[in-house]
Design a protein around this ligand. Structure first.
Ligand code: NAP
Length: 265
């Protein structure tokens, strides 16, 4: 999607993927300077460790505790995190939802949940309930978020009480790996608990229509797929590196082309 975007705007950049072993993160970061790369994306499992080797990490990435984008500013390496904001941009642009009016239920408390929750609260969400298989992780996340957003209502519910929590929710944000390929018939929520006042958003994009989203549609709820987050986190990285608005439609088309050719293979 990045190479398509560079071509679209006539920018003489190339995007390439490199496998880095966990013990080589420091050398990989030094190579960014030595090779004069304009920037990189960083993915699992290096998003946290890489922060130790950067010159600066912006406030949002620090709040999330992970970096997925590095900009090389004349040898000074600055870390950002575009995952959460990419999610919020996808959610708001694709559904038109007004976050300040939502009561959200967040399923999961892993890396993606953290990024998404920081960005949702930063974008005006005022009420958040978190539920996670490992309750301590939900409590740690809630405490962390509350410290950043003291005015927001942030609470934790045990997973056994998801159904009750859903009664008052208007936005369900699914960030666990339940329902991801190959377990495509799994869902973290029983269909009966879903209702038509809900906007159901699933971060999983493999498959794009998860069991949760299929159930939600059948219950008359609005739905939002995970692929948009992937595209917009890339679009925001592109904007950091180039200083130009990302050609999002071309990027989306490139992702669709790649997915279609993978399906045909
Ligand atoms: P992670 O840090 O490993 O967190 C996984 C989360 O899922 C934790 O809350 C974990 O609960 C929960 N979980 C996993 N298996 C479970 C099970 N069998 N029952 C109940 N809970 C379970 O992973 P992550 O990076 O946050 O990614 C989570 C999902 O988001 C993945 O499906 C990933 O593909 C998706 N994602 C999508 C995008 C996008 O661009 N759309 C970006 C990032 C991630 P515990 O704390 O109890 O272990």
């Amino acid at each position: 999607m990045h190479n398509r975007a560079f071509a679209e705007l006539g920018i003489n950049f190339r995007y390439a993927a490199f496998d880095i072993e966990p013990g080589q993160v420091r050398e990989a970061v030094e190579a960014i300077r030595a090779l004069g790369l304009r920037g990189v994306n960083v993915t699992i499992p290096h998003k946290v460790t890489v922060m130790d080797y950067l010159d600066e990490v912006d406030a949002e990435a620090r709040a999330i505790g992970a970096v997925n984008t590095i900009v090389n500013d004349g040898g000074k390496l600055i870390g950002y995190n575009t995952d959460g904001r990419g999610y919020v941009r996808s959610l708001t642009e694709e559904t038109g939802v007004d976050l300040s009016r939502q009561s959200a239920l967040l399923l999961g408390a892993g890396g993606a949940a953290r990024g998404v929750a920081v960005a949702l609260l930063g974008a005006g969400l005022a009420s958040l309930v978190i539920t996670n298989r490992t309750r301590e992780k939900a409590e740690q996340l809630a405490e962390h978020l509350q410290a950043i957003h003291p005015q927001a209502s942030i609470t934790v519910q045990p997973t056994e009480r998801i159904n009750e929590a859903l009664v008052d929710a208007t936005l369900l944000v699914q960030t666990t790996s339940i329902g991801m390929h190959p377990n495509v018939e799994a869902s973290p929520v029983s269909k009966e608990a879903l209702h038509e006042r809900l906007l159901v958003s699933d971060l999983i994009y493999n498959p794009m229509d998860t069991k949760l989203l299929r159930d939600a549609k059948e219950k008359g709820a609005h739905t939002h797929q995970g692929l948009g987050m992937f595209i917009y986190q890339g679009a925001l990285s592109f904007e950091y590196w180039t200083g130009q608005p990302a050609p999002v439609d071309a990027m989306r088309e490139a992702v669709w082309d790649a997915l279609r050719s993978r399906q045909q293979a």
